[in-house]
Design a protein around this ligand. Structure first.
Ligand code: SF4
Ligand code: SF4
Length: 457
């Protein structure tokens, strides 16, 4: 067995409690068909989709119901057979509300979709797929970065002569506390993941592929390494253990750890010849390219002390948080906080009709004790200029200066301190002994800037 200790890393970052024990040993479980599905028209970076259906239309599972009309966008599909009940504003974790399609599920003729992993094994050969076919599959499947960023995958992998790609990095770090969905996908859908990785490498035209896995996942490192060993060496795919540290799964941080290269501020990885994809995204690419099944389902970790049956669940995209919580046995005690995602970068939600989206990797249910133990619940005091936020920032920013500028509406000054370069990882807030919600100020600053830009047209 290869040495799985990951020494590769980035500067800055923090070590929050991992809390993976609630769900890491829970095999992926298929959930029943929900009573209704709420499919948001905006589940990705870029332009929202335009609806392709109207109220009272019948829709079939896998049918495209929202089409992408812009270069950076991705279509959406119905996860169930049913009838369109409404096209209306629905809760969105990041922006409050957005348009979505509400589908009432047919009482008969629906069966839970099963994972596609059984269709893949070591004999898979990506040579049978043209670059064009793979890129088309990524677009038609509505594939987006499922690790949280939600950037349309076709834009990432398709050839671009002005920015040729040399290296594909697979982001399998899952550095956010509590979340284990990608870990289980690697263990249980290994060949499907590897098929997707090879298809993506073929489409992107890269000569090397590196799969970055944090060294707190030795079993995933072992399974993926053994699978990769069955391939021809000429494909040059390697598993690279990296140090367990948050936010190791940040795209820019992973590139620094593996390649010792820095993506220019405001730039994107292809600018330095690199494409980064998440493992679940690769599995979904294989499903579409090989089986013509679009992205209608994903694995979600439901976890935390407040849920009766924590685990990893294969769910229709559009199921509500409430229905998913019910399926997981309900709450063990009153949840003090429900987070869509993990505790560092997730979104606290108050409305449990919030649907699961393509980028929702977890639903974390925190108890009153968890929340009262959290630093952000304690009283804020003045900055003591300790510099801990600077040392923790993986982007080498000065969080306190940016937050101060935003607090006083000095947006030009915030820009001078590179407000837009913040990846919103939360490390600065996490380490601040004065309990200053630095990331909150920075997020607000970005929102204010976006609104001002919109007003200017
Ligand atoms: S300033 Fe942004 S990137 Fe730096 S630690 Fe804070 S949240 Fe993370
Ligand atoms: S960590 Fe908090 S107290 Fe220390 S310098 Fe930063 S903002 Fe000030």
């Amino acid at each position: 067995m290869a040495d799985i200790r990951g020494r590769l890393t980035f500067s800055g970052g923090v070590h929050p409690p991992e809390s993976k024990e609630y769900s890491e040993n829970c095999p992926i479980e298929v959930v029943p068909v929900p009573k209704q599905a709420a499919v948001l028209l905006s589940q990705h970076l870029g332009a929202a989709c335009a609806p392709l259906v109207a109220k009272r239309d019948k829709v079939a599972a896998g049918q495209m119901i929202g089409k992408a009309e812009a270069f950076v966008s991705a279509p959406v599909h119905s996860p169930v057979n049913g009838t369109v009940k409404d096209i209306t504003l629905l809760p969105h974790p990041a922006i409050g509300r957005t348009m979505g399609i509400l589908i009432e599920t047919d009482e008969t003729g629906n069966a839970p979709k099963q994972p596609a992993a059984r269709h893949f094994d070591r004999t898979f050969d990506p040579a049978g797929f043209s670059v064009d076919a793979i890129c088309r599959a990524a677009q038609e499947a509505g594939l987006v970065g499922m690790g949280g960023a939600g950037f349309p995958s076709r834009v990432k992998i398709e050839p671009n002569p002005s920015m040729p790609k040399e290296l594909l990095i697979i982001n399998a770090c899952e550095c956010e506390p509590f979340i284990t969905c990608d870990y289980r996908v690697m263990l249980e859908w290994t060949w499907q993941v590897l098929a997707g990785i090879r298809l993506a490498a073929r489409a992107a035209g890269v000569s090397r592929t590196r799969i970055g896995i944090e060294d707190n996942k030795p079993e995933a490192i072992r399974v993926m390494t053994e699978a990769v060993r069955t391939l021809d060496e000429a494909e040059d795919i390697q598993v690279v253990p990296v140090k367990t540290k948050y936010p190791q799964g940040g795209e820019r941080q992973l590139i620094r750890a593996i390649e010792k290269k820095t993506v220019p501020t405001g730039g994107i990885p292809p600018a330095i010849g690199i494409c980064v994809l998440n493992v679940a995204t690769c599995a979904a690419l294989a499903e579409m390219a090989v089986l013509s099944q679009p992205l209608t389902h994903r694995v979600v970790t439901v976890t935390g002390r407040a849920i009766a049956r924590p685990g990893n669940y294969y769910v229709p995209i559009g199921i509500s948080a409430a229905e998913l919580i019910d399926h997981c046995g309900g709450l063990t005690e009153k949840a003090a906080k429900v987070v869509l995602g993990g505790p560092m970068m997730g979104f606290a939600i108050a409305d449990l009709s919030q649907p699961i989206t393509k980028t929702s990797g977890a639903l974390t249910l925190l108890t009153r004790t968890d929340v009262s133990e959290a630093k952000y619940q304690k009283q804020q005091t003045p900055c003591i200029r300790c510099g801990r936020c600077l040392a923790a920032c993986p982007e080498n920013l000065n969080p306190t200066k940016i937050a101060h500028a935003v607090k006083h509406f000095r947006m030009e000054m915030a820009d001078q301190y590179y407000l837009s370069a913040c990846i919103e990882c939360g490390c600065c807030s996490y380490v601040c002994p004065a309990q200053i919600e630095l990331t909150g100020y920075i997020k607000t600053g970005k929102l204010l800037k976006a609104r001002a830009k919109k007003r200017q047209g």
